[in-house]
Design a protein around this ligand. Sequence first.
Ligand code: PLP
Length: 368
Amino acid sequence: MMEIEKLLPENILKLKPYVAGKTIAEVKKEYGLERISKLASNENRLGCSSNVKGAVLEAIKEIQDYPDPIAEKLRKAIADRNGVKEAEVILAAGSESIISILCRTFFKNGENAVTADATFVGFFVQAGVRGIELKKIPVTDDYRFDVDRILNAIDDQTKVVYLANPNNPTGTYLKADEYRYLVDLIPDNVLLIADEAYYEYAAEVDDYLPAIDHRKENVIILRTFSKAYGLAGFRIGYAIADERLITEMLKTKLTFEPTAPAQAAALAAYNDQDFLKQSIELVKRGRDRLYEFFDEHGVKYRESISNSVMMVLDSEKEAIDFTQKMLEQGVILRRINAFGLPNCVRITIGTENEMNHFEESFIKIVKQ
Ligand SMILES: *Cc1c(COP(=O)(O)O)cnc(C)c1O
């Protein structure tokens, strides 16, 4: 008889299958509800640019053909807007795919990565798939990266330092001087992955420094179309890095990712800066309103520069209870135990209507 434990390497057996959040349709059915607000996955609750649909329909006309493996048109648009060479840009099926590419490309056996304990679970998973040892440095009491401890954790076997800036799930970020200090002290032969999935929300913040404004040849910048551009369902993201690194990454990328419709959708979205602005404004207003609501109700939270805000509860049990009760009201939230913070709950900023729903449900629950 086949023995699964004998069939598989240790690092794969150790991985836990991904548990997806509930879909809107599931929650409607399970609780017999009509009104659902999905504030669980940091998607853009406004949707995406209205130009996307036409671009995708156009792309479908050639769907029998393989896509352009380097996504030339989109790559050029990204290179131009960021003031880099086209050869410094790679597109793939989401930043998760780029993280997978990085784990496949650069690690020799026995090499490790340094990151934080409370950060994007996608990196933990892809490192686990490749059997890479992770040194997870605890975040500070105010949920920020501990820059000195991160630097001190780098050893002769460290290949990568992974930091999401702004961070998910905390919404915190490295201040400009902290980022400069960190990047200047990381050895040349260690790669810094600067995951900027929330770049568009953060770009205007005074003391936030996007990696592109302080470039180093060992820094790989990750961006995505899944968040502010509202294209999570298409799976498309990109990296900007030194041309020599991109050349190596192109060797391990799945040849024909991202799909042709995804490339077309992303280009249309990228060219609609009005929709992007609207999305960013919605999140700013929604965050301020949520802080005010939480202050009024004595709820602890962490201020954020991304499109989510993290509530800090007293225990894991409270976080479980709160999330469940909100779900029964039709508000889907995300517990972030898998991200290393069992007593916290992450709330994606939604539309005005969705934030009303959140507040009304919160008040109902507190009164119960
Ligand atoms: C959401 C998120 C991503 C997402 O990636 P895609 O694969 O592009 O959808 C990457 N990094 C962080 C920190 C995120 O929060």
